[in-house]
Design a protein around this ligand. Sequence first.
Ligand SMILES: [Zn+2]
Length: 177
Amino acid sequence: MVALLVLPSTFAAGKEEKIKQTLNSAPISAVSDQTVGEQKEKVLPSPKVSEKIVFKMPTSGKVTTPFGYQTHQKILHDGIDIVNKEGTDVYAAAAGKVIKAEYDPDNGFTIVIEHNENWRTEYRHFANAKMPVIKGEMVKSGDLIGHMGSTGQATGPHLHFSILMDGEYIDPVSMLK
Ligand SMILES: [Zn+2]
């Protein structure tokens, strides 16, 4: 076993030596402001810091289906549907990391962006051509991430856009600026 010995006398002596050197070498003016100025306390990141994320509308178009239970469906519509022309640009609603960029039969070409540990956004039914981002990529707010399409279970070109807070789908409209 290796014993790590702290020798107080040696340590203190070393410190003293250092102080002496500083006093000898530093010009008087350099000592003034830096030592007097109060250090601001570090603000610890609060778990709700994510509430300050600004989510922007990820594309242009008409919101045809709102978030919530629709009269003709028994399942929750977990986002909003925004309708526009096939190929309309779709942008990241906020900065983050692309954690999913893949096809599935229901949602078509889908992208999920993780903004931090609390917040994610999902984008579904992208046109299959020219997917501009890949899994693992970092994106900034407003970066192009895809083009509106109708892949998966979709009756026409639209973007399905969802916002998740701590894994729960919430109404994106309540978060959009
Ligand atoms: Zn939808």
